[in-house]
Design a protein. Structure first.
Length: 183
């Protein structure tokens, strides 16, 4: 998969809808360990569900497979667009895309056909998918986990100067933070 750009600052895709990254990330940048999150924060899982419900969600194959292993199915109430170079069989609420642009196009088609024309498409990992879409994200919804766990998967470095903090909700041991890309 290529990102379709010659420069890190150029958008990788041109979506018609707002492209929103959603991630839980520890203070040390860790987002995963052995295919799972190295913490269990029920409020974060509920926040993810409420935020992404009835929206298309783009994710990589490993993230998709980990969710299916945990839940027994893709995310209910959402269309999952699996970005992968492989061919996969998926149920009705999941589709496969082989490049960044077609993933966005399939997510936008799902938004029109299944999600009442919602104005957002979410990007939900893993690390490579976040890195590939980061230049095109309009918004980031981050759960900042105030821990420094061991992990094998990290959120890519990002320039916070490219985003304005829109909202912060501090909790015990974590915070929900919303960033919007600066114009």
């Amino acid at each position: 998969m290529t990102n379709g750009t010659d420069a890190d600052t150029d958008p990788v895709v041109e979506p018609d809808r707002e492209l929103v990254g959603i991630v839980a990330v520890a203070d040390n940048g860790v987002i995963g360990k052995d295919g799972d999150m190295p913490w269990h924060i029920l409020a974060d899982l509920q926040h993810f569900k409420e935020t992404t419900m009835d929206h298309p969600v783009i994710m990589g194959r490993v993230t998709y497979e980990n969710i299916v292993d945990a839940l027994g199915e893709p995310l209910p109430g959402r269309t999952t667009v699996v970005l992968t170079s492989r061919d996969l069989e998926t149920p009705e609420n999941a589709v496969v895309a082989h490049d960044l642009q077609s993933a966005v196009e399939q997510a936008e088609t799902a938004a029109d056909e299944r999600h009442e024309g919602t104005d957002r498409v979410f990007v939900a990992g893993g690390a490579t998918v976040y890195e590939q879409y980061l230049p095109a994200l309009d918004r980031l919804i981050v759960t900042e986990v105030h821990e420094e766990p061991d992990g094998d998967t990290r959120f890519p470095d990002w320039n916070r100067a490219d985003f304005d903090e829109l909202e912060r909700d501090e909790r015990d041991g974590f915070a929900f933070v919303e960033y919007v890309r600066t114009p």
